[in-house]
Design a protein. Structure first.
Length: 204
């Protein structure tokens, strides 16, 4: 089994090398490769967006744990809507635990990112929580916070243009250079063909 895996890996590496050489040594490969870099830069840069927070409403919450997804779904029973607030345990710096005897003091969620959810057969819309504050029976305040919220506690702009713009510039430069090489070589070929035609004309 190990030998088969090694052979497959070697074949995959050889194919990747051939593909890389195709991108470098052929006109179409260079144009396609540089176009892909340009498009990737544009797509990445266009993912820039404003990140906004809001506070979850005060009320009594019904909490459902989805152990497979590692998610808590919190639904405000007093709000009469189908909005769920999602605590993705892996996003928080500490392991999130909800104590039935504790009081939810505050919850902050990403109001710019809405997703469809299905909780115990009930469909609705959900927002991801970034900050949870509980007060336990002893009066101790327990805070759970994501790294994102700790780094940016207020609304901010997630700017991808800082990296995306140089990628776009690189892709554009490579594309322009590839097209220039193609046009230049075609002109040289045309001149050579014309010179050969002149040499082949008989002298009378």
């Amino acid at each position: 089994m190990s030998m088969r895996r090694m052979a497959f890996g070697a074949q995959g590496g050889y194919s990747l090398a051939r593909l890389l050489m195709l991108f470098i040594n052929t006109y179409s490969g260079r144009i396609i490769g540089s176009s892909l870099v340009l498009i990737a830069g544009i797509i990445y840069a266009l993912q820039s967006h404003a990140v906004m927070y809001d506070h979850a409403p005060v009320g009594t919450y019904h909490i459902v744990l989805d152990a497979e997804e590692g998610r808590y779904y919190l639904h405000c029973e007093d709000c009469h809507n189908t909005i769920y607030y999602i605590a993705q345990t892996g996003d928080f710096k500490q392991f999130v635990q909800f104590d039935s005897s504790a009081r939810l003091e505050d919850m902050i969620y990403r109001s710019d990112a809405l997703e469809n959810v299905n909780v115990d057969g009930h469909t609705g819309e959900g927002y991801k929580l970034t900050y949870i504050a509980q007060v336990n029976a002893s009066g101790q305040k327990i805070v759970y916070e994501t790294q994102e919220h700790q780094d940016h506690p207020d609304d901010y702009f997630d700017n991808h243009w800082t990296l995306g713009l140089p990628i776009v510039a690189l892709g554009g430069a490579l594309l322009a250079f590839s097209v220039w090489i193609l046009i230049s070589d075609k002109r040289k070929f045309s001149v050579k063909q014309a010179a050969k035609s002149v040499e082949q004309v008989p002298n009378y």
